[in-house]
Each structure stands twice: as structure tokens, then as C-alpha cells.
Write a protein of this length. Structure first.
Length: 397
């Protein structure tokens, strides 16, 4: 039976399909959102901060693998950072579907601007992993002035591409990336899209934007954070000018904490907030990511969520596709508690930087790191392992 309500519902215009912009910083510490990031601060004021958001790994390639697939990185062939020896025949498992694959199947335009680092050879190329458009570099570490690879694949060679065509870039890469992102947003105002904006900053080398005078490392690092933040502001400005802001989901993350273990001279530059450790470590400083979400009609301005979530959650959250490691966290984004009893677990080792095989797990406020257990509510800096009898008592209460 056709009722008046059903008829009006059928005749009503469909709500506009959302755009999705996923911004991933490179090596930005949890505590680096602050004085150098006014645009990120504004985004947080307009949305929700997920304070207990985790990476799937404390280093680049596996963290990105978990983000792109919604799976534990080991299950998709990425157990550690991809380096020179992996150039020819190693990358994200070819049978694994990416977030871009799922978005494209739904009819959205998909684009990756920036860093890939999930495979250098042709079968692993972004255009063959669900992205309609790619502009950026395939390797892990980039010289922002010469635009040659500085490591993580093809060191000393040009690894910059537009789709599958090599291109020579001239200028400071983060500034070029910002222009490209604004151009993409403006050109696709009438078509829903997924834009994965994999920003290179503040990853080494320490290279400030064009015309920056100071050579002091701390000043240069601050200028790099500001350049990253200016990308956020420029993209938001383009969305607002073209009427897309209120139909665009924007998420900001970082792929791991600032490095403390490898470069003692650079360790003081970045901040992992109150947390111990950094990149290459399963302490909170290595696996806790800054996370800011603005989702029209879902997130509430200026709110904070404390339920543990992680990178593998974004694929099911964005696409509705269930994965083994991820869950739809729109309830958490909306201000509900979500699954507070959930268990998150990690394993990691890296022989090059002398990180031994390490295991970690978190459930509620408890975190186990090898044989030590920490109460993260009382001890977020993981300084004081608790006695087993206290843990047993609290778990039984």
C-alpha cells in the first residue's frame, strides 16, 4: 500500500553522497598537534578527537598496510618497513583489496596524492591497487628539494609519478602536493570521491619550505609542521569555496610516532606527548596516533572519544565492508562508547634498528608489553609495571 509518507519519501531528493578525505602525516608525534598547527586545532574544534587511536604497527609500511586493508599487516605481506632490498618483488599482497578498491566499486573517484611505500614494482603500483589517479612517490623517504628518493626504495633515483608515468618535479614537494590537492578538490566538486592525502611531513630529511631562513633544527622542524598544517588549511578552504565542506568527511592521522630510537640528535625535535618511546617501538609513543575526525551529521564539535580504536577500523567505517581486524567505529565518532572490551594486539621487530621481537596487547585500561603490564589510566607513560597480584585483584572486581 502506497501511503502519503512513502510517496513523499520516494520523491524527496536523495542526500548528497559524501566525499572522504583521509590525511596521513608521516612520523608526526602525538604531541605535535599544537602551536604550529592552527588549522588542525580548528578541525579538532569542529569535530572529534579520538584520544586512544592506535596504529597497526610502529613503522610506516605495515601501518599503511593495515590502514589500506583493514587487516593486520602480517596477513597482507608487510611485516616491517620496505627498504632497498624489497624494491623488485615485494609489496602489499596482491590478493588484498584496498580501501580504494571498495570505494571505486561504489562509484567514487579514487585518488592518492603523496607517499605510497607499499611496493615499488608495477604490480604493486597505486593505479593497480584501486586508485584512479596517483601523483606522488613510491618509495619511503624523499628529498623535498631534489625530489629524488632518499631511501626506502630506489635510493638516489627519481621515483615520482603521475599515474604510471615518471615525472620530474621541481620545487619543494609539500608545496607542490598542497597545490595538487586543492586542484583535485576543485576539479571534482560535482563527483563524490575518496582522496588519500599521504603527506610526507614531518619525516626526515629536515628541510624547511622555500625561503625559510633559520637553519636551527628545532625551527626547521616547526616550519615543516606548519607546512603540513597549511595543507590542511588549503584543502579546507577549497572545500568551503566550492560548497563541499558539509558533505565531506575529513580524517587526520599519523603513520607512527616521532622517532626517538634511531637519531638521538633529532629525538628532541618532535613530541610524542606524555608517552614513552617512538617509531620502531611498541610503547605508546610509537603506536598512539593523533586522530581528528570531522564527519558531517555524525561527529559533534569539540568532543573527545577515549574508546581504543585503530587504523584497521577505517576501511569498515568508511565502506561498510567487514574485515577481520577492523570494526565500524561510527558509534565512537558519534559520541557513544563502542566496544570498550575489545582486545588490540601487536607484534614487531626490526633487526636494522635493533628492535627485538616484541609483543603488546591492550584491553580497556590495561596494556601488556612482553612480560610487563601497565595501567594506562594511571601511568600513560608506561614507567611503572604493576604487580601481578594487583592486576588479578582488579580484574576480579
Amino acid at each position: 500500500m502506497i501511503t502519503r509518507r512513502n510517496l513523499l519519501a520516494a520523491l524527496a531528493p536523495a542526500p548528497p553522497q559524501l566525499n572522504y578525505i583521509l590525511v596521513l602525516a608521516d612520523d608526526m608525534g602525538y604531541g605535535d598537534v599544537g602551536p604550529h598547527t592552527p588549522h588542525l586545532n580548528r578541525l579538532a574544534a569542529d569535530g572529534v578527537r579520538l584520544k586512544d587511536h592506535y596504529l597497526c604497527s610502529p613503522v610506516c609500511s605495515p601501518a599503511r598496510a593495515g590502514l589500506m586493508t583493514g587487516l593486520v599487516p602480517d596477513r597482507v605481506g608487510i611485516t616491517g618497513v620496505l627498504r632497498e632490498q624489497h624494491d623488485a618483488h615485494h609489496g602489499l599482497a596482491l590478493g588484498a583489496k584496498t580501501m580504494a578498491d571498495h570505494f571505486r566499486a561504489r562509484g567514487l573517484k579514487t585518488a592518492l596524492l603523496g607517499k605510497w611505500h607499499l611496493g615499488m614494482s608495477a604490480p604493486y603500483h597505486p593505479n593497480r591497487r584501486g586508485f584512479d589517479y596517483f601523483w606522488g612517490y613510491l618509495n619511503g623517504m624523499h628529498d623535498y628539494r631534489t625530489n629524488l628518493s632518499a631511501g626506502g626504495g630506489g635510493k638516489g633515483t627519481r621515483q615520482t609519478y603521475e599515474n604510471e608515468t615518471p615525472v620530474e618535479l621541481k620545487g619543494y614537494l609539500p608545496e607542490l602536493l598542497t597545490r595538487k590537492a586543492v586542484e583535485f578538490v576543485e576539479q571534482h566538486r560535482n563527483q563524490p570521491y575518496f582522496l588519500y592525502l599521504a603527506h610526507p611531513l614531518p619525516h626526515a630529511p629536515l628541510q624547511a619550505p622555500t625561503g625559510f631562513a633559520s637553519q636551527e633544527p628545532r625551527d626547521v622542524y616547526g616550519a615543516m609542521l606548519s607546512a603540513l598544517d597549511e595543507t590542511i588549511g588549503a584543502v579546507r578552504g577549497a572545500l568551503e569555496r566550492t560548497g563541499q565542506w558539509d558533505r565531506t568527511v575529513m580524517v587526520f592521522l599519523s603513520d607512527n610516532g616521532w622517532v626517538k630510537k634511531v637519531s638521538p640528535d633529532q629525538a628532541p625535535l618532535g613530541s610524542n606527548g606524555p608517552f614513552r618511546g617512538g617509531k620502531y617501538e611498541l610503547f605508546e609513543g610509537g603506536i598512539r596516533s593523533p586522530c581528528i575526525v570531522r564527519w558531517p551529521g555524525l561527529s559533534r564539535p569539540g568532543t573527545i572519544a577515549k574508546t581504543p580504536t585503530w587504523f584497521a577500523d577505517w576501511l569498515p567505517t568508511f565502506t561498510g565492508v567487514k574485515t577481520r581486524a577492523g570494526r565500524d567505529i561510527r558509534d565512537v565518532i558519534a559520541g557513544l562508547k563502542g566496544d570498550e572490551k575489545r582486545l588490540l594486539a601487536w607484534r614487531f621487530e626490526d633487526a636494522l634498528v635493533k628492535t627485538p621481537l616484541t609483543f603488546a596487547a591492550r584491553q580497556r585500561k590495561w596494556k601488556r608489553l612482553n612480560d610487563d603490564v601497565y595501567d594506562l589510566a594511571a601511568d600513560p607513560g608506561e614507567q611503572y609495571p604493576i604487580r601481578s597480584n594487583r592486576l588479578e585483584k582488579e580484574l576480579n572486581e
